[in-house]
Design a binder for this molecule. Sequence first.
Ligand code: NAD
Length: 248
Amino acid sequence: MDPIIVITGGSRGIGAATACLAAERGYAVCVNYHRNRQAADAVVETIRQQGGKGVAIAADIAIESDVIKLFKAVDNQLGPITALVNNAGILEQQMRVENLDAARLNRVFAANVTGSFLCAREAVKRMSTKHGGSGGAIVNVSSVAARLGAPGEYVDYAASKAAIDAMTIGLAKEVAEEKIRVNAVRPGFIYTDIHADGGEPNRVDRVKEFLPMKRGGQPREVAQAILWLLSSEASYTTGTFIEVAGGR
Ligand code: NAD
């Protein structure tokens, strides 16, 4: 049986690229999406046209009951998972600290941190040898912002990604003996629509001349690092980070 993977926020950007690459590498893929069913279906269609197996399943990962339903649907439609990519995340409009309110902070942390924790919990329940599973791997999508802080623009986002980094280290140690590895990638500036959500659609092009490699990254370049961390080639790698940021 093909190994089974859940990719949150898989309908576009880094998530979609990871879904397609995972299918190419032989995974049966759950493409989780939040609102855009059409985009998720298009990713699944691409996977199927390439001879792979994929299903699109809706869930707002910030909502606990949605996450529980998502993983049950994967159990029923695909089978027991051995891999999770906590990719879903949000970037809200650029804002200095004076204007941040609790509602915004709660939204950012709910999607970026709580959602990843809840999905990791459901994955561990299924993959841990302690619970009868056969082990597996989790990759969290963090950001270089976790160590740079994104001053003046997205400090809330950076803080949420730093929480993901701490969660990566802690969970990795917590479940290491149960045959589950937990790692993270920290993308730099990648060409996706998240920058439009953050209020600056052309952000990557604006900053690229300041980057060591003088270019932004492509979603597939992040996906390649994610798939390596999931693979048996990374069998002794846990609790750590790969920066996919062109040397930033
Ligand atoms: P994107 O906006 O294209 O993708 C994010 C996906 O997450 C979207 O499909 C969105 O619908 C989904 N999502 C958001 N909230 C959700 C929720 N509550 N439930 C389910 N799905 C939800 O952007 P992207 O750049 O592909 O982002 C993927 C990940 O990469 C994010 O975690 C982001 O923070 C991270 N990242 C991106 C960059 C970059 O430059 N693009 C840099 C560093 C980190």
